[in-house]
Design a protein around this ligand. Structure first.
Ligand code: PMP
Length: 440
């Protein structure tokens, strides 16, 4: 595998070295795939990407999820070009595409009466939590099981679970996470105990959850978990926040909330919302709660403050509007989902045929291929925590090696364990991919 990178990826290697002088670690994003060094990409289209040395790959990273139509979708690109010709990327005032995108999302998502654009999923989470606290007058927030909700101080809490084996707590004062609590997925009794405990200690403003389970379903939740959370939130007067950054539009136009038939009070959107274009983030929610964002000059209404220089930009909104229209028109979520099913079935057959200790599963276009064992989730005593740390370290290393091996066989994945399919994944692409997976 390393020979491949040495022999076939010299330009990427040189660029990665050059980048290290001016970019910490040589990468602007730490999630995807950087071992043994990040590949420099020159061209992406549909289901494929090409690196700076001319090597071609099947692109199952899909930029980390946002390009459900496939990369660099021509029709959306042309419309974004046209908009740029007319008014450029930003005005700071109002543009019709801001309204059009908001109307489209409000129509599609049961829990979204109003929408406010933000700069990223991280920002949208921060804003939603502030809104929840402002609306309920309570302070604590329960997040579910090491889920990723962006990198804000309060949400980095518990991030040791996914890969590092340590708390990502450097640079974060203890006070910043003092009101964040974490509960394992599916453990409703523990969540109830926290809600009860919180009653006398500032109350619970919200429970925030990725509705398919933490880390895009890396740890899946049971079928009725979300409905149970809804009931608990109602019982304890807390808001239910769905982080639909990944599931938003991959689970269908109505998101995971339509899929599960559970309506959250607030919804976080990102990724697919702008079809892969920048500034992918928004808070959506019930009108009464969202109206807490209004106020200020000339009113006496209480106001939860959020802002952003580039949040009101026509470029992201036009890109999102046209991408979502196209997702709707082409039934992209269902089709990418069928490609995900086909890929997962094929992977299962390979796993069985070769007798590998791996697990493949999918929720539509979000496919997981776990080659490094199942994460131990029980952190209830020190011994288990030490084991968890070791396992997490091994798991991270294994994922990196698998990611590199896939790439050497022409497959780009997310962190060697996750695959996003898209509308561009024809049967031929999936069959080609399965042959490559089998080789690996
Ligand atoms: N929530 C979830 C569920 C995510 O997957 C992500 C990003 N992977 C975020 C929030 C943060 O979004 P962003 O990277 O746009 O800040």
């Amino acid at each position: 595998v390393l020979n491949y990178f040495e022999q076939r990826c010299q330009t990427s290697k040189r660029m990665a070295e050059q980048a290290k002088h001016v970019i910490p670690g040589g990468v602007q994003h730490n999630l995807a795939f950087n071992y043994p060094f990040p590949l420099a990409v020159t061209q992406v289209s549909g289901a494929h990407m090409t690196d700076a040395d001319g090597n071609r790959y099947i692109d199952f990273l899909q930029a980390g999820g946002p390009t459900l139509l496939g990369s660099n979708y021509p029709d959306v690109r042309a419309k974004v070009h046209a908009l740029l010709e007319e008014c450029g990327p930003v005005t700071g005032l109002l543009h019709e595409y801001e309204i059009k995108l908001a109307e489209l999302v409000c129509d599609a998502m049961p829990g979204v009466d109003m929408l406010r654009m933000m700069g990223s999923g991280t920002e949208a989470v921060m804003g939603a939590i502030r809104l929840a606290r402002a609306y309920t007058g309570k302070k604590r927030v329960i997040k579910i099981g090491g889920g990723y909700h962006g990198w804000s101080d309060q949400m980095v809490y518990g991030m040791r679970l996914p890969n590092t084996g340590r708390m990502e707590a450097i640079g974060i004062p203890r006070g910043a996470t003092a009101t964040t609590q974490e509960s394992l997925p599916n453990d409703l009794a523990a969540i109830r105990r926290k809600l009860q405990w919180n009653r006398l200690r500032g109350g619970t403003a919200a429970i925030i959850v990725e509705p398919f389970g933490p880390e895009s379903g890396t740890r899946p939740v049971t079928k009725d978990f979300n409905a149970q959370l809804r009931r608990l939130c109602d019982e304890f007067d807390a808001l239910l926040i769905f982080d639909e950054v990944v599931t938003g539009f991959r689970a269908g136009m109505g998101g995971a909330q339509a899929y599960f038939g559970v309506t959250p009070d607030l919804t976080i959107l990102g990724k697919c919302l702008t079809g892969g274009y920048p500034m992918a983030g928004a808070i959506g929610g019930k009108r009464e709660i969202m109206m807490m964002l209004v106020g200020g000059i000339g009113t006496t209404a209480k106001r939860a403050f959020v802002g952003g220089t580039l949040t009101a930009n026509p470029l992201s909104c036009a890109a999102g509007y046209f991408a979502l229209q196209e997702i709707q028109r082409t039934d992209a979520a269902a089709k990418a989902g069928r490609a995900g099913d086909r890929l997962r079935q094929g992977l299962e057959q390979i796993i069985e045929r070769l007798g590998l200790p791996y697990v493949a599963y999918n929720m539509g276009s979000i496919v997981h291929l776990q080659t490094s064992g199942v994460m131990l989730l029980d952190t209830s005593n020190l011994l288990k925590l030490v084991r968890l740390k070791n396992e997490a370290r091994q798991r991270k290393h294994m994922m990196e090696e698998m990611g590199a091996a896939y790439a050497a066989h022409g497959l780009i994945t997310l962190a060697g364990s996750r695959i996003y399919t898209s509308l561009a994944d024809t049967d031929a692409v999936i069959d080609d991919a399965l042959n490559r997976f089998e080789d690996v």
